[in-house]
Design a binder for this molecule. Structure first.
Ligand SMILES: CC(=O)SCCNC(=O)CCNC(=O)[C@H](O)C(C)(C)COP(=O)(O)OP(=O)(O)OC[C@H]1O[C@@H](n2cnc3c(N)ncnc32)[C@H](O)[C@@H]1OP(=O)(O)O
Ligand SMILES: O=CC(=O)O
Ligand SMILES: [Mg+2]
Length: 515
């Protein structure tokens, strides 16, 4: 076992923090300022000052060999068993997640790095009472690691007395320990970059990459990054984000769940931007179509991959009926993405790899991707990205109840260190839970009524909380209930869904409640 927190590795992370933390702090302040402008009646649009970048004729460098075919990407936390299962899944890429699917307990952060270290060196193994987990014959997926977003601190590592930036801890430790090893093995240091709100944040990552590569004597441009377009302001800066990271950019990904959360958050005080029940907002809603069409056409114009997102349906090995629904729903989602020109997509579970593979195999034929499919037919106006009012669906009691139930169950699991869980046969993670709690906040603060006319108030939500918690207790039994953290989850839920001031991220609030 190597020392993940060796003096050299920590010094590398400290240096990144000293150099880049001040700029990161400025960019977080800029986020708040932009949001305040929206609250004061402003709106979003394509930036006039970067029109030249959008109009310019430029592309990104070609992808390295092991990132050329990304038709199936499995995502999952870097817990040891799941790491081995992901490597044995048959997917082309494994998104090793220290973000939406991970609670940043210090043990998860450091164990995750250890598991990645062992996975890259193919030494990973796990003995459990039930089974010995080890790597199969391969081929193994290319590993693309997703560090935390810019907003999260890491208070277990202080630099000059201040918490380190979570993103720089995750990136720094992974890059320091593995970049050279990956290159020697014919791969490279590849990253997914989450939750950015502007091209200036992408430029910061580019500078971090240049500095990290220079420090370890690795050529600039070796790192390749895929950026999640999962905030509404970033949707207006796709070209600019690709341009800012140009030497390192491999692609963009349509991170649908955080994208929905971001729309709710950004326009939370605008009654014209209220969305119906979470389940009613699908990828075929006009504003979601505008987003994915713009993403594919922007990427392919620049020679960058367009990666699809996560259909949340989880298969079941125990219930054939649930399994059949999940496979059908995921197939439908992947068929739409492949038909739209995406180069590949995400699955949340090993049993979904074959369906995604099959759908993309059929569309790709003998090609590794469809970068050559320029979507010149696409033209998206700013108003289309913001037109949430054309979304069919109602706000119902079942939708409200589901939001309360899911948010409570997810927060309880998160506090125990489990950042991704299956609830009612759907994958729930930080992004989906954000939607649930922010919808409740939005509905209450905009005076929304249920379709039967009942006003949505904090009192109503409190009564639903009582009822849902009783059902959860009955379902899991007294022992699991007592061992769980439902009281803490309830307090947290009320802070992020019912308090007057809207918390920017449930994870920053919840982070204060973990050791
Ligand atoms: C919005 C976004 O950012 S999406 C990306 C972030 N979210 C994720 O990555 C979620 C990934 N998926 C998961 O975490 C899991 O699939 C869950 C929590 C939803 C469900 O997991 P489980 O309840 O364990 O499912 P299930 O019991 O069907 O698992 C069967 C086996 O598959 C394994 N498995 C399930 N999902 C994964 C995965 N994503 N990666 C690797 N192995 C997995 C399980 O570990 C289990 O292994 P075992 O048989 O050796 O014990
Ligand atoms: O990270 C992906 C998302 O949908 O959010
Ligand atoms: Mg996300």
């Amino acid at each position: 076992m190597t020392e993940i927190l060796s003096a050299e590795a920590v010094a590398f992370v400290e240096d990144l923090n000293r150099r880049f933390r001040p700029r990161r702090n400025e960019l977080l302040a800029r986020r708040a300022q932009r949001r305040a402008e929206i609250a004061a009646g402003g709106t979003l649009g394509f930036l006039p000052e970067t029109a030249d970048i959008r109009a310019g004729d430029w592309t990104v460098p070609p992808a390295p060999a092991d990132l050329t075919d990304r038709r199936v990407e499995i995502t999952g936390p870097t817990e040891r068993k799941m790491t081995i299962n992901a490597l044995n899944s048959g997917a082309k890429v494994w998104l090793a997640d220290l973000e939406d699917a991970n609670t940043p307990h210090w043990a998860n952060v450091t164990d995750g790095q250890q598991n990645l270290y062992d996975a890259i060196r193919r030494t990973i193994r796990l003995e459990t009472p039930a089974k010995t987990y080890e790597l199969g014959a391969g081929p193994y997926p290319t590993i693309v690691m997703r560090p935390r977003g810019w907003h999260l601190d890491e208070r277990h590592l202080l630099v000059d007395g201040e918490p380190a930036v979570g993103a720089l801890v995750d990136f720094g430790l992974y890059f320091f320990h593995n970049a050279k090893e990956l290159l020697e093995r014919g791969s490279g240091p590849y990253f997914y970059l989450p939750k950015m709100e502007s091209h200036l944040e992408a430029a910061l990552w580019n500078d971090v990459f240049d500095h990290a590569q220079d420090t370890l004597g690795i050529p600039r441009g070796t790192i390749r990054a895929t950026v999640l377009i999962e905030t509404i302001p970033a949707a207006f800066e796709m070209d600019e984000i690709i341009h800012a990271l140009r030497p390192h950019l491999a692609g963009l990904n349509a991170g649908r769940w955080d994208y929905l959360f971001s729309i709710i958050k950004y326009f939370r005080d605008n009654p014209d931007m209220v969305l119906p029940d979470r389940a009613a907002v699908t990828m075929t809603a006009p504003f979601m179509r505008a987003y994915t069409e713009l993403l594919v056409s922007t990427c392919h114009k620049r020679g960058a991959f367009a990666m699809g997102g996560m259909a949340a349906f989880i298969p079941s090995r125990r219930d054939p009926a649930v399994n059949e629904v999940a496979l059908a729903k995921v197939r439908e989602d992947k068929e739409r993405e492949a038909g739209d020109g995406f180069d590949g997509s995400w699955v949340a579970h090993p049993d979904l790899v074959p369906v995604c593979q099959e759908v993309f195999d059929r569309v790709l034929g003998d090609k590794p991707n469809q970068l050559d499919r320029l979507r010149d037919d696409v033209s998206v106006e700013a108003a289309q990205l913001l037109d949430v009012s054309a979304t069919p669906g109602a706000v119902t009691e079942a939708g409200l109840r589901n939001n309360v139930d899911v948010a409570l169950q997810y927060l309880e699991a998160w506090l125990r260190g489990n950042g991704a869980v299956a609830i009612h046969n759907l994958m729930e993670d930080a992004a989906t839970a954000e939607i649930s709690r922010s919808q409740i906040w939005q509905w209450i603060h905009n005076g929304v009524r249920l379709e039967d006319g009942t006003p949505i108030t904090a009192d109503l939500v409190g009564r639903i909380e009582d009822e849902e918690l009783v059902k959860i207790r009955q379902a899991i039994g007294d022992e699991a209930w007592t061992a769980g953290r439902f009281d803490d989850a309830r307090k947290l839920f009320e802070r992020v869904a019912l308090a007057d001031d809207f918390a920017d991220f449930l994870t920053t609030v919840a982070y204060d409640a973990i050791d």
